[in-house]
Design a protein around this ligand. Sequence first.
Ligand SMILES: [Zn+2]
Length: 114
Amino acid sequence: MVDEVVAGMQAAKAVFETLKSGIGFFQSAVDALPEGEDRTKAEEALKLATEQAEAAKVVLAKEIGFPICKCEFPGVPMLLKDYDKFGQEVFECPECEREYPPKTDPDELTMRIS
Ligand SMILES: [Zn+2]
């Protein structure tokens, strides 16, 4: 099971690397176009493709078990940072550094209870 998940993640990473280089190639082609209506249309198509690739990445990350931080749209996959004292995974958002599961401050918890 773990092997299948790892293999799936590697395959997904390869797909996204390919997609990213494809978008990079398209960007170069768009940059080479003269200013005008065609270039504007190509830039819009490129922007849409980039947004869709980003959304697909978030959906895939969620499918394979990454928590998603909602600090940005369509979401940011949180990355494994450490393990807590119970051996549970602790994730961190690479954009806003929020942690999942959220840190519980013992003092704050006491205040809420009292
Ligand atoms: Zn975040």
